[in-house]
Design a protein around this ligand. Structure first.
Ligand code: FEO
Length: 171
């Protein structure tokens, strides 16, 4: 049976992952309206990945005999002037998520919850990738600055991102 403090922290993370999903959906909507269909596609796929993250936590809490409690999801911003501004936002947000995962790991360790520690390992690794991908796109966007053909090419490239294979929620 999962301890209350660990369960509460996991429930908070479900909310944080759903907020991430909502944030990226808002970015997708923003760039759809600006004609950057590739950026919109990338963000939309990211939205689905974040929901998958939330569901991994959801299934894990249930698998430990805990209780999932859902809370209100904050409204995300609705406007980003440029793809660079949005991807800088993604990078900053993912760094925050990494801190949240590290905090969760701390709670699990504090309560000698080895199962939760083991479960969180996937997220520790995932955050390395999430930060790296966002930072790479930020760097590419900075390099091309106002060079429009480059921006159009990168938008096309981002439009080719395909959904990730479905990962079992609880391994
Ligand atoms: Fe669920 Fe992008 O971290």
């Amino acid at each position: 049976m999962i301890k209350q403090e660990v369960q509460d922290a996991l429930n908070e993370q479900i909310n944080a992952e759903l907020y991430s999903s909502y944030l990226y959906l808002s970015m997708s909507a923003c760039f759809e309206s600006k004609g950057f269909s590739g950026v919109a596609n990338w963000m939309r796929i990211q939205t689905d990945e974040e929901r998958m993250h939330a569901m991994k936590f959801y299934d894990f809490v249930n698998s430990r005999g805990g209780k999932v409690t859902l809370k209100a999801i904050d409204a995300p911003p609705a406007e980003w002037d440029t793809p660079l501004a949005a991807f800088e936002g993604v990078y900053t947000h993912e760094r925050k998520v990494t801190e949240l995962i590290n905090g969760l790991l701390g709670v699990a360790k504090e309560h000698d919850d080895h199962a939760t520690e083991s479960f969180l390992k996937w997220f520790v690794d995932e955050q390395v990738q999430e930060e790296r991908t966002a930072d790479e796109i930020v760097q590419q966007l900075k390099l091309m600055a106002d060079f429009k053909p480059g921006l159009i090419m990168l938008d096309r490239e981002l439009g080719q991102r395909a959904p990730a294979p479905v990962v079992p929620a609880v391994a």
